[in-house]
Design a protein. Structure first.
Length: 391
């Protein structure tokens, strides 16, 4: 029997990026004490206000259908948060509630690009981006982020990648997997290109609350960009609640109408009790969010400092997010071979970054989602393993 061509389009190279992760989970299930630093699954508890409101909503029986694009009061709360952080107007009409940022990115691209279009994306990029673009029938155009630039965008290279077929410029800041945070000047340059070539800007801002120096700039914050910007985010990282699958996108009101039609035939609305919990968290702006940013900044400095002693490896302090990138090219091993042998020898699981794009080849993405003591132990094991290779 034959399947739709879609099944090939969504099977991008990034689909295999988590093989080490699944192997590590199997080892852990068999009783091995594996330190799992592969995925960005926060180890901190979600804010109490989020959990309490969600549970209370469930107890009140809030398990029926909800409005297709989210309750108006929930969308208004997202809009108020976004307006406060960007300094630009935003209303409930600009907001659509989706089950997590991943679904938001997928749905947004379905409405912004189609067959024959081009979507320009800096790489390395999150491993699902390729499949999200290809699912629309559009073509992915990569713009490399170079390690010697701190993985910051070369704006001339970005400009050269734009053709008459380009439809969307897709940015991610703070960046996964590198931890780079785009400066305001870099975002302004992207915005200028979008205006000049009449393009959409799709901005993945799921790590916005984890910009260590508070320097996150959204393209929505720039004059004249609201009509061509779509921002996608969620509570998954900022509120340590990925399992709740509460995300949103912010864009022009016309997009909300198209999203209504798409979500009507996909999801038919999200769980009311999840939206109730999210509403309480959005309105309270709990202190746990700022504390989480401080946690990841401290952890990044801790692990980067330890890994500075790893022979033939290089790392740098990230500017945001929840990962540290380790360059292992000088060890003579591929990142996959390094990760496999590290797991076997030291029971530490990290993610080869090759699946994030050619510019990440030879790097490992190490998650900071573990307590300080666990990160210290993992760092010591990595240093010991690298020393054994050098010996």
């Amino acid at each position: 029997m034959r399947f739709s061509p879609l099944v090939d389009r969504v099977a991008g190279k990034g689909a295999g990026a988590w093989r080490i992760h699944w192997e590590a989970l199997q080892r852990k299930a068999s009783g091995r004490e594996v330190i799992l630093l592969t995925v960005g699954d926060p180890d901190q508890p979600p804010p109490a206000v989020l959990i309490d409101a969600t549970v209370e909503s469930l107890r009140r029986g809030r398990t029926g259908y909800s409005p297709i694009i989210g309750y108006p009061e929930v969308r208004a709360a997202v809009a108020a948060r976004h307006a406060a952080r960007t300094g630009q107007p935003c209303s409930a009409d600009n907001v659509v509630v989706v089950p997590g940022a991943q679904a938001g990115l997928y749905c947004a691209l379905q409405c912004l690009a189609g067959a024959g279009d081009e979507v320009v994306v800096p790489e390395p990029m999150y491993a699902t981006y390729e499949a999200v673009v290809r699912a629309t029938g559009a073509n992915l155009v990569n713009v490399p982020l170079q390690a010697d630039r701190g993985f910051h965008l070369d704006l001339d290279t970005l400009a050269a990648a734009i053709t008459p077929r380009t439809r969307v410029l897709w940015i991610n800041t703070p960046h996964n997997p590198t931890g780079a945070v785009m400066t305001r000047g870099e975002v302004e340059a992207v915005a200028e290109l979008a205006r000049r070539h009449d393009l959409w800007v799709l901005s993945d801002e799921v790590y916005a609350d984890l910009a260590f120096d508070g320097g996150h700039t959204s393209p929505w914050a720039l004059p004249g960009m609201a009509e061509r910007t779509v921002v996608v985010s969620s509570l998954s990282k900022s509120h340590a609640a990925p399992g709740l699958r509460f995300g949103w996108l912010v864009g022009p009101p016309e997009l909300s109408g198209h999203m209504y039609n798409l979500l009507l035939c996909m999801l038919y609305g999200g769980p009311p009790f999840i939206q109730d919990g999210a509403l309480a968290a959005l309105q309270a702006d709990p202190p746990e969010v700022a504390a989480m940013r401080a946690d990841y900044r401290r952890r990044a400095a801790l692990l980067s400092g330890i890994l500075g002693d790893a022979q033939h490896c290089r790392t740098a302090m990230p500017e945001g997010g929840m990962f540290v990138l380790l360059d292992v090219r000088a060890t003579g091993l591929t990142s996959t071979a390094f990760a496999e042998r590290l797991l076997e020898a030291e029971d530490v699981a990290v993610l080869p970054a090759d699946g994030f794009g050619p510019s990440a080849t030879g790097h490992l993405r190490i998650s900071l989602t573990a307590p300080d003591a666990v990160l210290e132990e993992a760092g010591r094991r990595i240093v010991r393993f690298a020393g054994g290779l050098a010996g």
